[in-house]
Design a protein around this ligand. Structure first.
Ligand SMILES: [Mg+2]
Length: 320
């Protein structure tokens, strides 16, 4: 790679290393949400960007785009086992957009956010200078649940069991639609997990860039190695259809945009097979162990009891 080439991970590393801390910043860049101390309590904040051509096709409806811009932020709130309280939205609109479509977009953002108890409280809009793509930026604010500390990525311990909610893979249909537009953030499930497990829920995040990438992130944050058993991965019907039954596990690791929860539970804790008001399935997909040697890979995937290289699977465009 030339020195002029952009590498997102290098930029993230730069941000993580260079952003100054502050006494009131309890969790800075690098988790699903930041946590800041404010008078009387804690406030959580996160921001996501959504760009035409990257996160949706030009053929997507304003309703789909507005909904997704909010739900992927709410998924980050779920990852922390927190409660959303408000959103702010910024839209950079193509010059060709009509008044009706712009209003449809804003309505979709506002209605979706209100459904999660997080009203749209402000933001900004402007038109592109040239023929730039529709670009949305949503900030979500949240508060901790009563008596529940935000669940971070870095709290896992050696020996923990690793679980996911729901099923993985096949999120993006060939026509550009699919689960990435229709998913329901696992907010109720995350709250139920936090209440059920208490201090035994060691770490959690939502899966946006694919389990191969995000599983590495959780393990790295905890200075551990995630061991994933390919045969145990729950795959969606769309994943099986797209990859065939034999290779569906690769889709579960790499397709991304699942917006399911990945979480680490203390060893020995007996888990139910479902969680939350909708009886969402939960599946043990592996465990966490101490790194066999320093700088070893953060994620080991076993298929037929053999280690397989999954480092090229997953997306590399998630938030900071
Ligand atoms: Mg996230």
């Amino acid at each position: 790679m030339s020195e002029n080439q952009f590498a997102e991970d290098a930029l993230l590393a730069h941000i993580h290393a260079s952003v100054p801390g502050a006494a009131h910043v309890l969790v800075g860049p690098g988790d699903d949400m930041a946590v800041i101390k404010v008078h009387g309590g804690h406030l959580l904040a996160a921001k996501d960007v959504l760009v035409e051509g990257r996160h949706f096709l030009a053929s997507a409806s304003m309703a789909q785009i507005g909904r997704k811009a909010v739900t992927r932020n709410i998924s980050d709130v779920a990852a922390m086992a927190a409660r959303p309280v408000a959103i702010l939205a910024a839209c950079v609109l193509p010059r060709s957009i009509t008044q009706a479509r712009a209003q449809e977009l804003v309505d979709a953002i506002s209605h979706t956010a209100a459904r999660f108890g997080a009203p749209l409280i402000g933001g900004d809009t402007c038109l592109h200078v040239g023929n730039g793509p529709l670009t949305l930026c949503v900030t979500v604010l949240a508060e901790p649940l009563e008596g529940v500390k935000p669940i971070l990525r870095g709290g896992a311990r050696a020996g923990d069991q690793l679980f996911v909610t729901g099923a993985l893979g096949g999120s993006l249909a060939k026509d550009g639609g699919g689960h990435h537009f229709t998913f329901e953030p696992r907010l109720a499930e995350s709250h139920a997990l936090a209440r059920l497990l208490g201090a035994n829920l060691h770490a959690m995040m939502d899966l946006s860039d694919g389990l191969a990438r995000d599983g590495s992130r959780l393990a790295e944050a905890s200075a551990l190695q995630a061991v994933i058993i390919a045969e145990q991965l729950p795959c969606t019907p769309a994943c099986v259809q797209a990859h065939t039954q034999a290779k569906a596990w690769q889709g579960a690791l790499g397709d991304g945009e699942d917006y399911e929860l990945l979480f680490a539970v203390a060893a020995g804790v007996q888990m139910p097979s479902t969680i939350g008001p909708n009886n969402t399935p939960i599946t043990c997909i592996g465990s966490l162990q101490a790194l066999p040697f320093p700088n070893d890979t953060a994620l080991l995937c076993l298929h037929n009891h053999q280690s397989v290289d999954v480092s090229k699977l997953g997306h590399w465009h998630d938030s900071i």
